[in-house]
Design a protein around this ligand. Structure first.
Ligand SMILES: Cc1ncc(COP(=O)(O)O)c(C=O)c1O
Length: 383
């Protein structure tokens, strides 16, 4: 901004993501250091219980060091192995596809629906073969996909479902939180998620045998380590009963997660109201398409709208000049070099939608001035 007296005031840049870490989290962190047990321990278990309480479920939660590692061991626990196929959208983060390959499976990429941008179950059914083991739908941006359609398909063809709810921690369907029912659900608590443990994730399952398998997979296949470490101690006599990885979540990271869960309802409510204000401001602009939800049941990880008529890149430039950053979720996975030859179905919706999607800044307890500047940056482009 240039004032008449020649003093220039720099506009503060508005990032897409801003973590919400308050003094409350710092207190939990220092208390965690004071426990004197830095690795996986009692706080990891406390975090797992807090996740289950938040989801309002008596299901088991297995915390991991990332959402990606949670997806990997979820695939293994679901029985995905060499030669198996797993159907997931190409319109997704690459974590799912990598996790399927890490488990030995082949990702088969499916198109999405034009409304909720979730997996297209009709197209998914056409991709099912005798090698299909599981389906991994994504609740994009926190907005529920056609979950009933996915489970109907899974039941008809005897498939496991691993819901990628990394964007949807707190989203409800028919009044029940995603992850509190169904088959296997995976969440992420990475640095930009609605609730973070700096990095972290978890698997939620109703199956006690699967929990044991997941706990072994999380910690090098060691049989007794989880129960001992929950008491902040090590098992000195143990057996190794399965393959395993170093995927556990430490006490220190868990303490951050616990502190965030204390405030997650506040974070979600604040994000919902920003999303509603965005949609109200943009709904009637002919060159835009706002998400097909009123956000009342959505825990919004991002606000992603559609920019029509090939105007996205010009809009990004216009926003950049106003120091409003924008993101793109996602580059479709079938366009990446490493997945160029992976099997896929028709990608017509994915190919169009990925030219249109634009992610606007969305923060927990976002500054009102930021929200107004984002709205003005968009509206002024179309004026
Ligand atoms: C849809 C989706 N799945 C999985 C992941 C992986 O989670 P993490 O970053 O915790 O490994 C992400 C991360 O952004 C994601 O957006």
């Amino acid at each position: 901004m240039r004032l008449s007296n020649q003093i220039s005031i720099e506009l503060e840049a508005i990032p897409v993501f801003v973590p919400h870490i308050g003094v409350d989290t710092l207190k939990y962190l220092t208390d965690a250091f004071a426990v004197g047990w830095l690795g996986m321990g009692s706080l990891t278990q406390e975090f797992e219980h807090a996740i289950a309480a938040f989801l309002d479920t008596d299901r088991h939660v297995v915390a991991t060091n990332t959402g990606t590692s949670a997806l990997h061991i979820a695939c293994m626990a679901a029985g995905v192995k060499e030669g198996d196929e797993v159907i997931t959208p190409s319109f997704n983060y690459v974590a799912d596809h990598q996790a399927i390959r890490m488990a030995g499976g082949t990702p088969v990429m499916c198109d999405i629906r034009d409304d909720d941008l979730g997996i297209d179950c009709v197209k998914a059914e056409a991709l099912i073969t005798e090698r299909t083991k599981a389906i991994i739908p994504l609740h994009f941006a926190g907005i529920p996909c056609d979950q009933a359609g996915v489970y109907a398909l899974a039941q008809k063809h005897g498939l496991r479902v691993i819901e990628d709810a990394c964007h949807a921690f707190g989203t409800t369907i028919d009044g029940k939180k995603i992850g509190s029912y169904g088959d296997i659900t995976v969440f992420s608590f990475d640095p930009v998620k609605v609730a973070t443990s700096i990095d972290g994730g978890c698997v939620v399952t109703p199956n006690a045998d699967e929990v044991r398998a997941l706990q072994h997979l999380r910690l090098l296949g060691v049989d007794k380590d989880t129960t001992e470490r929950y008491k902040n101690q090590r098992a000195w006599e143990y057996d190794v009963v399965s393959p395993g990885y170093r995927y556990h979540l430490t006490n220190i990271m868990a303490s951050v997660g616990i502190s965030q869960l204390k405030r997650v309802d506040e974070f979600i409510a604040s994000r919902q109201s920003v999303c509603q204000a965005y949609s109200d401001a943009f709904r009637d602009i002919p060159g835009l398409r706002v998400p097909a939800t009123d956000f009342s049941n959505v825990s919004p990880f991002i606000y992603s709208l559609r920019v029509l008529d090939g105007a996205r890149e010009d809009l990004i430039e216009h926003m950049r000049a106003r120091k409003v950053q924008a993101g793109i979720h996602f580059i479709p996975v079938h366009k990446h070099t490493y997945f160029a030859t992976a099997p896929r179905g028709d990608m017509s919706v994915t190919d169009r939608v990925t030219q249109e999607v634009l992610t606007l800044p969305l923060h927990s307890n976002m500054k009102r001035a930021f929200m107004e500047r984002v709205i003005e940056a968009i509206v002024s482009f179309f004026r």
